[in-house]
Design a protein around this ligand. Sequence first.
Ligand code: SF4
Ligand code: SF4
Length: 434
Amino acid sequence: MSDQPAANRLAAPRFQALLAPCVRCGLCLPACPTYHLFGAEMDSPRGRIALMRAASENRITCDRVFRQHIALCLDCRACEPACPSGVQYGALVETTRSALAAQRAPGIIERAARRLTLRELLPHAARLRFIARGLRVYQQSGLQSFIRWLNCLPPHWRAMETLLPPLSARDSDYAHPAPALGEPRGTVAFFRGCVQDALLAPVNAATVRVLRRNGYAARVPARQTCCGAAQLHLGEVELARALARQNIDAFARAQVKDGGWVAIVNNAGGCGAALKEYARLLADDPAYAEKAKRFSAQVKDISEFLIEHLNIPPTGAVKTRATMVDSCHLRNAQRIVRPPRDLLQRIPGVELVELAHPERCCGSAGVYNIVQVETANALLDAKLAEIAESGAETIVVANTGCHLQMQAGVRRAGLKARVVHLVELLDESYTSKK
Ligand code: SF4
Ligand code: SF4
């Protein structure tokens, strides 16, 4: 009886329709990082789909083993481009996780942690900035070095602490629209992200500078909130839908004021994928379905936008051997692979080298590196080994989670490489005197 809600959700006609295209061919297996790591069918996309199908037909219960195989999935969606039948694996795993979340009442600690992070922190930019300021004091006071030296934190806390980047001394200032430089070519609305805004403010600042340099005023609509990706990945669909509605309203209000813009630009692959999927997320909401479609149609990753609107070529030399660590949700969900690479190749002095397996996840995957620490570290180690082999001095990222994960990995492995977002390298070229 305890499996009833999950079984109901998985038995829904829409879920059955998502399962139907899988013909069990197995062509997705080589693309799957967890299959590569464990070599087990049940940790492959085909195996997980078989489990979902069996649960949806009430042939198995959603027991501990079932949950474990679903939890080990990174939701990296590398299986989607590899699938000739067009299986929407992301939608399948997210529906399954939401069914599992509905089925099981989490313990008091997990409930509190979920409430705190997913509801009370991520959707509130001001609270996140306040925490970031506190963390800056933690870093600058020497307490961080002491805690790291003591090595006394429990594993999940240690995993989180390790991800903390060196925090910048200044918060982003979004009070006023940033005007275009040179010939004005329009306005873009900027989606600033939640963790990106709090922990990686220099990336957002560089994004705005690069947009301005190319002739675009950057407007950051007030009352925008977290994209909802983390909530969705953890099965909190209703919360993700509420955040999507808030974002749609916030951008619509700003658009009325501004009288239109060229695009809604974001600089994090995970957020961009979530924003582009609002149309699917709100498809059965009569009040928002059409608005969501219009919103999603305007969303562009910064690389997707700049590849078409790089009106001012970067001319300053940035002499470095660089490699791209793809964001899974940029590569597999948004299918954006060439634009960041093409932009890098337009920077004088950049020598671009490819990793042996650029399609493999770095282990960040939302909160995966906090909840599945061992598997995430194994994936990170494999990525770092490929980077070391490539001889890259600069690791270019395009997503918040990957940025934090790679910075932590480079520090742990003692690599000499630096980690930068694509826009930071473009910004560096624009300001370079060489
Ligand atoms: S989403 Fe990633 S980890 Fe999950 S089944 Fe697909 S390829 Fe494997
Ligand atoms: S998900 Fe696609 S590639 Fe994988 S087994 Fe099913 S049909 Fe084949």
